[in-house]
Design a protein around this ligand. Structure first.
Ligand code: ADP
Length: 310
């Protein structure tokens, strides 16, 4: 069977989210009884890929899962979402990436991430997917997998597809990520962490965008939660604010991943749109996602979008 060429390619992580809801966070050494438990498919790479696939993008994921029941279940789930998984490999003698999360009633949380098989994603994995990477219209990267693999894929795609680097979590292992990306995308807390300046208001966002441009980013997008996003590009350097509709959020986890998946979809399928319009539409998709619970479970499907966002 002829497999169609994916326009959106993601090089990134897969994690299983194990979420326990407890009256409060446990103290060191304490055993607490929780009220509820939920398991979900997560990891920023897979999340962004699924978000784009749900909007109708042909997608491929380059990732590693562990050789355990979680890994095999995750592979099935990705296939069900229509993601091409030819380059998602099961790693022998490794466990799938795990995010153990405790959510207290007050909304505070505690998270321990164990990357497991994600740590094995390597340059050879990227080389195997060379043709797919070179043919992609848009490529998405995050910082939950080894930077060597990311840099190798960024190099292969240079001058071909648009390369979006989402610097999350904000542990930048190589400053080449600033200059090797076509669009650098980050949220407010990550921007604060990298720049060591407050990024709370829209004004702060303007300043942060200018700083990222000074660091060599050719285009920068900073998402600001309910305040929308800031965009600045080489061609149009004056930072521009994109507001979002006021809504009552139910669960904002994964909003950034919904945004990035949507941005990749619009860039790959509506290349005639301006970047401002793409960011505006991606913000609207993310705003839809915050009105439903969960991470991947909150990402909208194409048939749930209003006509203006198709
Ligand atoms: P992250 O999930 O990485 O923390 P943000 O919180 O910045 O990312 O959210 C990404 C996007 O999701 C925002 O730019 C916005 O479009 C949307 N969003 C997030 N929180 C809200 C909210 N409370 N109301 C409306 N939209 C939101």
């Amino acid at each position: 069977m002829e497999v169609s060429k994916p326009r959106v390619v993601v090089v990134g992580s897969c994690m299983i989210d194990l979420v326990s809801y407890a009256p409060r966070l446990p103290r060191a050494g304490e055993t607490l009884t929780g009220r509820k438990f939920q398991q979900g498919f997560g990891g920023k790479g897979a999340n962004q890929c699924v978000a784009a696939a749900r909007l109708g993008a042909e997608t491929a994921l380059i990732a590693r899962l562990g050789d355990d029941s979680f890994g095999h279940e995750y592979l099935k789930a990705l296939n069900k979402e229509g993601v091409q998984t030819g380059y998602v490999s099961i790693t022998k003698e490794m466990h799938t990436g795990m995010a153990q999360i405790v959510v207290a009633e007050c909304g505070e949380n505690q998270i321990v991430i164990v990357p497991g098989a994600n740590r094995n994603l390597c340059v050879e994995d990227v080389q195997l997917a060379k043709e797919t990477i070179e043919a992609a219209k848009v490529l998405l990267f995050q910082l939950e997998t080894p930077v060597e693999a990311t840099l190798a894929a960024l190099k292969l795609a240079k001058g071909k597809g648009k390369r979006i680097v989402n610097a999350a979590p904000a542990v930048l292992k190589d400053t080449a990520l600033f200059t090797e990306s076509d669009i650098f995308c980050i949220n407010e807390t990550e921007a604060e962490e990298l720049l060591k300046i407050p990024v709370k208001s829209i004004e702060d966002g303007y300043k942060a965008a200018e700083k990222f441009r000074d660091l060599g980013c050719s285009a920068i997008v900073i998402t600001l939660g309910s305040q929308g996003a800031i965009l600045s590009t080489q061609e149009d350097p004056t930072p521009y604010h994109i507001p979002v509709k006021k809504v009552q959020p139910v669960d904002t986890t994964g909003a950034g991943d919904a945004f990035l998946g949507a941005m990749a979809y619009y860039m790959a399928y509506h290349p005639q749109l301006s970047l401002k319009e793409i960011v505006h539409r991606a913000c609207s998709v993310a705003t839809i996602s915050v009105q439903s619970p969960g991470t991947q479970s909150s990402f909208p499907y194409r048939n749930e979008l209003p006509d203006a966002l198709l």
